[in-house]
Write a protein that binds this ligand. Sequence first.
Ligand SMILES: NC(=O)c1ccc[n+]([C@@H]2O[C@H](COP(=O)([O-])OP(=O)(O)OC[C@H]3O[C@@H](n4cnc5c(N)ncnc54)[C@H](OP(=O)(O)O)[C@@H]3O)[C@@H](O)[C@H]2O)c1
Length: 263
Amino acid sequence: MAKVTGTILVTGGNRGLGLEACRQLGRLGLKVLLAARDIASGAEATSAMHSEGLDVTFEPLDVTSQESIDNLADRLGRQSVRLAALVNNAGIALDGFDASVAERTLAVNFFGAMHVTDRLLPLMEQSGRIVMVSSGAGELEGLAPALRRRFDPPPSKEELVSLLRSFVEDVRGGEYARKGWPGSAYRVSKVGLNALTRLLAEELKERHLLVNAVCPGWVRTRMGGAQAPRGVEEGADTLVWAATLPPEGPTGGFFRDRRAIPW
Ligand SMILES: NC(=O)c1ccc[n+]([C@@H]2O[C@H](COP(=O)([O-])OP(=O)(O)OC[C@H]3O[C@@H](n4cnc5c(N)ncnc54)[C@H](OP(=O)(O)O)[C@@H]3O)[C@@H](O)[C@H]2O)c1
């Protein structure tokens, strides 16, 4: 693990993998901003970290609300916070599959990460790290070949956004299978997040920012369920590794267990 100093912000930090990432980062001696949308559970998680002697501060953040994102960025800006890393961990996996599920899933898993990253970018340190918490479910092999080619190589950000919006419309119109989309909004959201990772990595090379996607594996959390083989300690390890890469570390990759996996 690299010797990293500074402040790291983790979204969805109140429970599951996000909370464990906060704990592991805190134990490395880093200052952690635990961002969560629910005030009560965010504050409770933060005081649990304090009782472990960790330097953790609670920051309210709903990644689907531009106002909430703006408030966070303004607050941090006023305090002259510089971020050594941003971990876009907040995510949802809803039951069912229809246009509303598709829209709500993309709002958190794709647009949430994109909007938070865009707004916090000015606060990132040179050689800072951006971690997109993705999933093996987002591997391109889940798409029909013709559609896969539209994500690989990734199109421009504008085209990516309109491609993902077209997914919602294809679900609404009952056309998604014919267009090559899988019947899972979660998968599509993570395919989009992976494509965004590749675009940002390229775009931010000049600023020496390291942007990577990680898959934690199948982990016992509220999302992963009790049957998952991994505990949060193991699942959060690669998130923490990617958030603490040395300046010469990889960028534009997808990693599980600290090893590169295919897009
Ligand atoms: N567990 C797995 O097996 C697994 C596998 C692959 C990838 N992942 C990914 O790992 C990440 C963390 O998942 P997890 O397993 O820890 O799930 P989890 O226990 O369900 O936690 C999800 C976190 O996301 C937060 N969140 C949801 N919507 C939000 C919003 N609009 N704004 C801010 N925070 C929001 C939740 O906050 P609330 O408490 O307020 O709902 C919670 O803190 C997700 O991106 C997930 O896709 C998990």
